[in-house]
Structures are given as C-alpha cells and as structure tokens.
Design a binder for this molecule. Structure first.
Ligand code: GLY
Length: 562
C-alpha cells in the first residue's frame, strides 16, 4: 500500500478542532440520490445551515428512496456546530412499543416465528425520524421546519422515476409489498415491479410531510395522523397505541470518540454499536504498521480486529438507557491490547462456528454527508431496516413503516436478517431502542475534516473502518467510497467480500492462514463522503459508484448565518 500521509503532521493535539472564525466559500452535500442532494443545496442557498440541509436531505430521501429510510423509520444525525465546537449525536432511533415483550416473535416452542420481526405491522418500532427532524429545526437550524421540508413535499407531489436500483429492491420485497393494499398501490404497478421510468407519486406522504411542516412533532405523533397510524397498525396485527407515539422522545447523545494514530474519530454512540465497534477495532489496529505489511497479512490483521470488535458487539451492546454496557472499559486501549494478545500474523483465531450466512445486499438504509460554508457539518445514517422496511403502509398516511424490531435479539444466539447474533443486552423490552450498526462518522486532524458513512446493515461498521484506514493512508474521499470491501462480524466465522475484492493469490494466502471466505455475490454499501482541507480551504465530495447518488460541491458567497 502506498504510504502517502493524508494527515501529514503526526503530533497534533487531538481536542478542540473548532475554529470559530471559519469562512469557507464552498458548501457540499453527498447523498444517495441526486434529488436529495439538490434538496440540501437548495435549503443551504436559501440561507439555511448544514442542519437545515440535513432536514431537507433526510425528508427528500424519505420520498425518493422509500426502500432505504423514511418517516416510518429512524436514524442518527452526527452534528458538529462550528461556532462553539459542539458535537452531538441526535438519536432518532425507533423504540419498541410499550406492549412489546421479550419473546413476542417466538412460538410456543420458543422458536422464532418466520419473518414475524421482518414483515408487516408487528415488525415496526415507533418511528423517530419525524421527531428528529423537528428537533433539528428547533435546536440547530436557522430556518423553519416548514421551509426545510418544502423540497420533499414537492418531490412527493411531483413524483420520482423508478430506476434499476428501485426495481431490484422492489422485486426483492415484492411479496410483502403486494400483501398490503396501500404499499401495493404506492410502490408496485398492479402488484408487479414498476417499469423503468415509472413516476411514483406519493400524495398521502406529501400530506403527512405537510402536517409535520406546519405542526412539528404533534403533526405526526398526535391527532388525525396518529389515529390513522395506530388504527392501521392494530388492524394489521400490530401493537402500537397512541401513547407509544405521544411518548416518543428524541435523545441527544455524546458521540463516541476514538484516536487512531493522529486522527480523531467521532462516531455513533449507543444505541448504535458503530462508534464502539470502530473504537475497539482501531485500538487493536493501532498496534500494527499496516502500511509495511503484505496485502494478505494486512487484510488478515484487519479481519481479526473486526472479529474481536464484533464479538464485543454481540456480547455486551444494547440500549444503554436499559442495560449497563461497559463503554469505558471497551474503549480503553489496554482492553484492545488484551483481546489481541492471541492475534497471530500467520494464523486465524476461529470464532465459534454457526452456519447460515445471510446474503442481503446492503442497499437498505441510507447515508448522507454535509458541510456548509461555516464549517458546520452533519453525517447522518437513516434506516427503515430491510429494503422497504416492513412493507406496510397504514392506510391514508403514505408512511412506509420500518421493521427495525428485527435489530433486537429476537432470541439470543439466533441470527437476524444480517446474520448478526446478539445477547441479553439487546433483548426486546417496552420502550427500548434496538441496537444498530449505523455509523455516521467524522475524522479530523488539525488540517483536515472528513465526514463519511454508508448503509449496509451489519457491514456498515466494517465499511467505515476500511474508509478510515484508507484516509489515514493519504487517499481521497473518492477512494474511501469506492474501496473494494471485505467484512467479518465474528459470527458467522467467515470473511464476507465483494466478488472482485481479492486477487487469486491473496485469496489463497488468506485460506492458508485458516480463513474461510465467501463472496457475497455482488457489491454492497453506498458510501457518501465530504472532505474539508482547511489549509487550502477547499471541499471535496464523493459518492459511491455502486449507487446512483450525487456529491456536489458549490461555491457560495458568505453570509452571517451560523
Ligand atoms: N437497521 C440497520 C441498523 O440500524 O443497523
């Protein structure tokens, strides 16, 4: 691997990168859909800041990427406010309904009921995304929520065109979408996957967005819309009540901060495992000089770090408002040293073996990155979980509900749709947030600031890890987002990889070290990143070529907006 130091100076103080006097003459948005990127830019050009743009992009993605995220789902927005250096994670994760119980997806024999936590109304947690958008507008934006939601409302009324990506995911979820009249009418054509170029108009969703725009939180979580949501869910066998909606609360979390060589890495806090898993893996990897290793040894070491970090995810992590998670112990460098004592350069450390590698594509969920002309920034990863979530739309709402309940450990030791195994810490409980892998992340040195993240279920964290390692080696955002990908999540004990990630000789060497490898058959992830080089005061943005997103940097005059 080429050794060009991207972050040139090694010995920087790693706190306080806020520079209040920042004056960029550019702004950038990178997201998974051109219409969402444009929505963000248009709000910035109306005088909005990065947080207003984040509202616009989140809402636009809810319209044009219905398979990835939406008002019926949740997400995490990692914010940096430049004028005071505040960094916070807005936690708009879904919560389990109050009537949820630990064994609700198990049959009388204690076995998981097939697809019960994945398909239909019972699979849906209480959405957090609408509340989070209201929270962002109230506490961080400079525009009214109604202004930032306008581009999404227009997109919902005017429609968006079906592309191949939509077709592929609609085919994957065709059966469940066809089983619900509202979802079928919106997302399919006569029960079939719509033809390329079909215009998907969502008038009910436009009305729902309008309610949110004019009434904020109450427009979604109480009144007429809440009645429709609850009625629809209950009629379809779900357990939501109006109290669930009324009690939904956005949380502000302190992000997880790790230091890898000279880089400060800031990422998602629990209930996402992203920041902690990244921190454990980076603390292990910091003990090695990856740049001097041959390719197979480097990949082997990275895989062994992933495996150990994901093991801790399975064993210890859950919603820290409900269970005690040893966050500081897990984040210690000394802990990483202890758990990597048995890491050998020539031989694999086996995970306990379980079968059943799951092969979903990693195009569910979505990510976007924003930096505005003041240096405010947002990394946001949003989800309704599986492609098209639960496939269920309560009548008259246009809101496609998530199936995020599957991110709980339905039964300890039983893998979820991502093949992830969880433990007691992530068991279902009323009002609890399910463990996530979403990892919106900032990487910072004195001279550079990167904003990155990706969808991809359990593979999100390993993709972000590879992106950080690539950045440390001096490569550009274009490189971070397009890297060939590999992944190990402890169980199953196998390196999952894209078909063209490894050369034949590297595959052989990894096999000789004792690794099992499995191509996932296609590309996965859809990373979007922005880099700010403070020295040249220039932005660079990049969108993963696996997707059909848009990364745009624009020149702008300065204003007095924060
Ligand atoms: N539903 C994907 C995640 O939160 O990790």
């Amino acid at each position: 691997m080429k050794k060009i130091l991207f972050f040139t100076s090694i010995l920087f103080a790693i706190t306080a990168y806020a520079t209040p006097a920042t004056q960029l003459h550019q702004q950038a948005v990178a997201s998974a859909h051109p219409a969402a990127t444009q929505a963000g830019l248009s709000v910035l050009n109306q005088g909005g800041n990065a947080f207003d743009a984040a509202i616009a992009v989140s809402a636009a993605l809810a319209v044009v990427e219905p398979f990835g995220s939406g008002l019926g789902g949740g997400g995490f927005w990692l914010l940096h406010r430049q004028h005071d250096g505040k960094q916070v994670m807005i936690d708009g994760r879904e919560v389990a309904p109050l009537a949820a119980t630990r064994d609700m997806y198990l049959d009388s024999q204690g076995e998981p009921i097939k697809n019960a936590s994945v398909d239909g109304a019972l699979a849906a947690g209480i959405p957090g995304l609408p509340a989070a958008l209201d929270h962002l507008a109230k506490h961080y934006g400079v525009l009214a929520l109604s202004d930032s939601l306008q581009p999404a409302i227009k997109l919902a009324k005017d429609g968006f065109l079906v592309n191949e990506h939509y077709q592929r995911l609609a085919k994957f979820r065709q059966a469940v979408l066809a089983s619900n009249d509202s979802a079928k009418a919106i997302f399919l054509s006569d029960g079939k996957v719509p033809a390329l170029g079909t215009n998907i108009i969502q008038n009910d969703l436009a009305n729902t967005l309008q309610l949110l725009a004019t009434q904020g939180f109450d427009g979604f979580y109480s009144g007429e819309l809440a009645d429709k949501l609850v009625k629809g869910v209950q009629q379809a066998g779900g357990i939501w009540t109006k109290e669930d909606l009324a009690r939904y609360t956005v949380k502000e979390r302190l992000p997880v901060v790790a230091h890898y060589k000279n880089i400060k890495v800031t990422s998602a806090a629990l209930p996402s495992s992203g920041g902690l898993v990244l921190s454990i893996a980076l603390n292990i990897l910091e003990q090695y000089d990856l740049s001097t290793m041959d390719e197979a040894t480097r990949i082997h070491v990275v895989v062994e770090a992933m495996k150990r970090a994901y093991r801790d995810r399975a064993l210890h992590m859950g919603d820290s408002d409900f269970v005690s998670v040893p966050v500081s112990e897990l984040s210690e460098k000394s802990y990483a040293h202890t758990i990597s004592k048995d890491l050998r350069l020539d031989e694999v450390t086996p995970s306990q073996h379980i079968s059943g590698l799951n092969e979903i594509e990693g195009h569910d969920t979505t990510h976007f990155s924003v930096i505005d002309k003041r240096g405010n920034r947002v990394a946001a990863t949003l989800s309704i979980n599986y492609p098209f979530g639960s496939g269920f739309v309560p009548q008259g709402t246009g809101v496609l509900l998530n199936d995020e309940m599957d991110d709980f450990s339905i039964k300890p030791g039983t893998p979820n749709v991502y093949g992830l195994v969880g433990g007691e810490a992530n068991a279902i409980a009323a009002g609890k947030r399910m463990l996530s892998s979403m990892s919106p992340t900032f990487i910072e040195t004195e001279e550079k600031v990167g904003v990155l993240g990706t969808p991809g279920g359990s593979r999100i964290i390993s993709m972000v890890l590879l992106g950080i390692l690539d950045a440390e080696q001096g490569h550009s955002p274009e490189s971070w987002v397009n890297l060939p990908r590999y992944h190990h999540q402890y169980l199953p004990d196998v390196i999952q990889h894209e078909p063209d990630t490894f050369k034949a000789e590297t595959l052989l060497e990894l096999t000789e070290k004792g690794h099992k490898l499995k191509s996932v058959g296609r590309h996965y992830g859809n990373m979007h990143a922005v880099l700010w080089d403070k020295k040249s005061n220039k932005l660079v943005a990049a969108s993963d070529r696996r997707g059909s997103g848009a990364a745009i940097v624009e020149s702008v005059p300065l204003s007095t907006a924060k």
